[in-house]
Design a protein around this ligand. Structure first.
Ligand SMILES: Nc1ncnc2c1ncn2[C@@H]1O[C@H](COP(=O)(O)OP(=O)(O)OP(=O)(O)O)[C@@H](O)[C@H]1O
Length: 267
């Protein structure tokens, strides 16, 4: 069993880069359990950042706090700053519904509504008061194209979303998330319920999406992080231990713990 110096940190500064989102001294508590222990992290605009680390290290908790999903958990308390376009979205007076139009989320398991493919995409837009059929049609086509699903479903838009394959359902959920034109897409293990082919298609979709979006993804799949992301953050026990360009993390990380984790020799 290797021993590691858990006081060591190596965190990239991202000086001079355009920053889409930043947390400062972010802590998350579930009751008396401190699951995130003061994380400072910046995310570069139009890049994919992967969050990796062992089970229970706090990746999902951190990701979910970025668009206030932890608000729904009664015992959760989040302190610190989450800065997005000059606003601390962790402040109580922030309109969370509005904020989530800018910072969207795709979950681990595809969760389309039990509605048609078309209405899955238009639902949020209609809630915003958009009724013009031409605008809704355009939104459906654009977001399905961006999610690389249009060609497969364009003749079946009235069919139930639940009739799609798992991989198609996940791409529909991405299309639904991007229909409201967010800046940032948070993805919590979006490929964990998918087969290898759907996983590859999802990764290709992510690579195209980053032209327009900043993506932050939690993944257990090291190959996926290495292939698809620009930056990687290694989490351990609620702390961000090492954060750098993905190529560096996977070939010559600064810390032994990171190197052991990404090569499967951790512990
Ligand atoms: N809803 C919750 N209520 C109480 N504790 C929670 C809750 N969600 C997570 N935790 C705790 O917070 C810590 C971090 O969990 P989290 O799920 O964020 O880790 P993770 O790195 O995403 O793990 P995994 O890779 O297994 O999904 C764990 O100790 C976990 O038990």
């Amino acid at each position: 069993m290797a021993t590691y110096d858990w006081q060591e940190r190596h965190i990239i500064g991202l000086d001079g880069r355009e920053i889409a989102l930043e947390t400062k001294d972010l802590h998350v508590y579930y009751g008396s359990n401190e699951s995130i222990k003061g994380i400072d992290m910046k995310f570069e605009k139009n890049k994919i950042t992967a969050l990796i680390g062992p089970s229970g290290s706090g990746k999902s908790t951190y990701l979910r706090s970025l668009n206030r999903m932890n608000d729904t958990i009664a015992i959760a308390k989040v302190t610190g700053e989450i800065n997005y376009q000059g606003v601390d979205v962790n402040k109580q007076n922030v309109n969370v519904y509005e904020m989530r139009k800018h910072i969207g989320m795709v979950f681990q398991r595809p969760n389309p509504f039990s509605k048609s493919i078309y209405r899955n995409i238009t639902f949020a837009l209609e809630r915003q008061g958009i009724k013009d059929k031409k605008i809704l049609d355009e939104a459906v086509e654009t977001s399905l194209k961006q999610a690389a699903l249009w060609d497969q479903v364009k003749d079946d838009l009235d069919k139930s979303a639940l009739a799609l394959s798992g991989g198609q359902q996940q791409r529909l959920c991405i299309a639904r998330a991007i229909a409201v034109k967010p800046d940032i897409l948070l993805m919590d293990e979006p490929a964990s319920a998918l087969d290898p082919i759907s996983t590859m298609q999802l990764e290709e979709t992510m690579m195209t999406l980053k032209e327009n979006y900043t993506i932050i993804i939690v993944t257990h799949n090291m190959q996926q992080a290495a292939r698809a992301s620009d930056y990687t953050g290694f989490f351990y026990s609620g702390d961000l231990i090492e954060y750098d360009k993905t190529a560096k993390i996977f070939t010559r990380p600064e810390l032994k713990s990171t190197g052991d984790y990404v090569s499967g020799h951790f512990g």
